[in-house]
Design a binder for this molecule. Structure first.
Ligand code: SF4
Length: 457
């Protein structure tokens, strides 16, 4: 039996008992996890459940967890703890915990030991087995679990319930082969495997004909897309095929690993009109010594070659990055190299983090002689430098016309806010009726975190 058969089985069971349960799904963490949550919602709806945002009225609660940070895991345990009261009020309530956390043995043991009212636990590989697990639990009323690792995650043909009609995330691959020493992802999401290009194109075609304006292609390392397919297709080729689809939409992607970004990819971005002229290229550190300790497989020279080539092809090209401050044994000299790179590249946005130990990774075993006090001091220094860099950089947008997809209200009354192709926050006078629409905006003023302008069409 495949997941469709189990979906039918559960739906028939609910129909027989004249019961239409309400389901609540909460996804933590990255967009990949949110995308998995949208599939879980789709399966629940197919099983005949109503969907609710209010967990206190739900008959089925699924927490789709993230394992990237240990303190975030503790918060999830806190949230699981809060569900005990609901279970006491409603003993028929079904509680499921899924996603990256249960893909670690010690987490499942802790749930079984301390959270005995959890009914179903499944990992990232077993998403398609959720209807089977639910069916088994409904029959036995016993704890059911599937956290086995598999070679691939079968998700084709699943209904997806998205919360937003104008922006959609489309996974193009799953897993990661890179084993950066600070990262837990390869241990909880397995090895890289790509979806077939035709499945991706069909999904995007459907979204665009439903009015979707922005497609975000997702993968832990999109640049190695297609390498494991029977008929390999490069990421550049996939982008060109998506760009050739009919419709008025734009394409983003994340995450790009600097070791795999080719000049061919930059040429593709430059030549394809639907691809946003922005690249999120995680630097992590400007020191080759630290990059080696992180197992990143590129050095600063390779990174800068990519940046320089992109700027040569697209002088206004926008770059954002991730930076880890205070990796084990990082010195101030290492940090200064990061700071110097931030100034040289001139990022429009930086997502920076103070290194935090992640149990189960190689970096967690490293002796660390850098003090927490230094790490915090350097972090503040980085924020200050980036603020100045962005403030200066954003001035280049003044007088320019940007294409903006409006996605929310601004904090200022009478203003709305959105993102430009360059991934810059743009504010303009306008009503919430414009949310979900793509408009041209002429920029009139800039700050260090956003720009402001007038809608001109
Ligand atoms: S590329 Fe590195 S940081 Fe990114 S998911 Fe893979 S191991 Fe983690």
């Amino acid at each position: 039996m495949d997941f469709h058969d189990y979906i039918n089985k559960v739906r028939e069971r609910f129909q027989r008992s004249d019961f239409a349960p309400l389901a609540y799904v909460h996804s933590y963490g990255c967009q990949q996890n949110v995308s998995d949550g949208e599939k879980i919602l789709g399966m629940l709806a197919d099983m005949g459940c109503g969907i609710t945002d209010d967990r206190s009225s739900a008959d089925i609660i699924i927490l789709n967890t993230c394992a990237v940070r240990e303190n975030a895991e503790e918060k999830v345990f806190g949230n699981i703890g809060e569900l005990k009261r609901l279970k006491e009020q409603n003993p028929d309530l079904i509680i499921g915990v899924c996603g990256c956390m249960p893909q670690q043995k010690h987490i499942v043991e802790r749930i079984r030991r301390s959270y005995k009212y959890v009914d179903i636990v499944f990992g990232t590989f077993a998403i398609a087995d959720f209807p089977k697990l639910l069916s088994e639990h409904l029959e036995s009323r016993k704890f059911t679990e599937d956290t086995e690792e598999r070679n691939s995650v079968p998700t084709e043909g699943m209904r997806v319930i998205r919360s937003c009609f104008y922006k959609a995330s489309v996974p193009i691959m799953y897993g990661c082969n890179n084993f950066c020493t600070y990262c837990i992802v390869p241990y909880v999401r397995g090895r890289e495997h790509s979806r077939l290009p035709e499945d991706i194109l069909n999904e995007i075609n459907g979204l665009v004909s439903d009015g979707c304006k922005e497609i975000m292609l997702l993968g832990q390392n999109v640049n190695s897309y297609g390498k494991n397919l029977d008929e390999p297709v490069s990421f550049s080729e996939l982008l060109r095929r998506i760009n050739a689809l009919d419709g008025d939409f734009r394409i983003r992607f994340m995450t790009s690993h600097p070791k795999d970004v080719t000049f061919e990819l930059i040429d593709t971005i430059a030549q394809c009109d639907k691809i946003c002229k922005h690249l999120h290229l995680p630097l992590q550190s400007g020191s080759d010594r630290i990059l080696t300790a992180m197992n990143r497989h590129y050095d600063l020279q390779k990174y800068m070659d990519t940046v320089n080539y992109a700027r040569e092809k697209m002088p206004q090209f926008s770059l954002s990055t991730d930076i880890i401050v205070g990796f084990p044994n990082e010195t101030y000299d290492d940090f200064l190299m990061t700071l110097d790179t931030v100034k040289k590249v001139g990022y429009d946005n930086i997502f920076s983090f103070i290194y935090s130990k992640r149990k189960g990774t190689k970096a967690a075993e490293m002796e660390d002689n850098t003090s927490d006090e230094d790490k915090s001091k350097w972090f503040r220094e980085l924020l200050e430098v980036q603020r100045n860099v962005a403030e200066e950089n954003y001035k280049r947008f003044e007088g320019r016309v940007m294409t903006v997809l409006f996605d929310g209200e601004s904090r200022r009354s009478g203003y709305i806010s959105g993102k430009s192709d360059e991934f810059i926050i743009v504010e303009a006078k306008g009503s919430t009726e414009l949310i979900g629409q793509m408009k041209k905006v002429k920029i009139t003023s800039t700050r260090y975190w956003a720009v402001e302008g007038e809608i001109i069409d």
